[in-house]
Design a protein around this ligand. Sequence first.
Ligand SMILES: [Zn+2]
Length: 345
Amino acid sequence: MNIQPNETYILNLLKTLLDTPSPSGFTHGIMSLIAREAEALGVPCSFNEKGGALLTLPGRDSSRRIALSAHVDTLGAMVRAVRPNGTLAITSVGGFMMHSIENEYCQIHTRSGRVYTGTILSTHPSVHVYSDAREFKREEKNMEVRIDEVVENKEDVLKLGIGVGDFISFDARAVVTSSGYIKSRHLDDKASVAALFGLIESSRREGWIPRHDLVFLISNYEEVGHGASWIPDGVNEMIAVDMGAMGDDLSCKETDVSICAKDSTGPYDYEMTSRLIELARGLGIPHAVDIYPHYGSDASAALHGGHNIRAALIGPGVHASHAMERTHKLAVINTTRLLAAYVAD
Ligand SMILES: [Zn+2]
């Protein structure tokens, strides 16, 4: 089925998601947004124990159940220690290069609900002072958060209510350009969450019913490896919708839907992957079939969790993933179209 996704709906939702902090382990705020959005579309939404959202859309034939997942958690950090000079040492949440967060604005979320702003810097941040500022190794122990409050020592920081274990989120700086590019942190995987909501919105607005029952899992621990390690009973097939990797000998572009044949965790289901390729060809959707050398998805998490399922992986092409990412609206919208073709034939 060739649906007409609502571009305005998808892009507005994506912008809202990108503007809402949600590092893995700190997703309760964004999950209430997910619940509100599901309610607005009239789709039942429940949560698993670890806080992932489950949305259901009944199909014409309930003999099979297809899971579609995307993760709303992102990279981030946590306060590792309050340093004697009043800065914060950090520990990473998820895997990224320290270069990619250097000089970024951030928010510190205290356990009592207060939010402070700051900047992530190396501990040798000025060329006027440190002769090794250029070569200084950007690694966790050499990075810190400069808090935007008058603090001169550890006690001053503790008085603000900031402590070890508080979450730090990076400003996403989401921008949609007039040429259709979306540049932002955390398009991995909020672009796919928006694509999944675009699918539900289209089903509501265009009045189509999926062939089989659908369960949407909006997972919240993917960046740390166990997002969809649990999925609901009765699922036969699962499509993880997650960013398409780009670069080196991969052929994907930011305007493409990426179909992953194999990642670090092994090959995806032969029939599902072949069918997705065929459907993309049939609809004339710009796409790439690629192998991701350093990647595991929520579908691999589910398989490793012991689920008896077939699994595939597709998603919008994302440049500079886990750094300053960029995709194009065509890739997001065509991800929705390809999923519709798969579930609504
Ligand atoms: Zn991802």
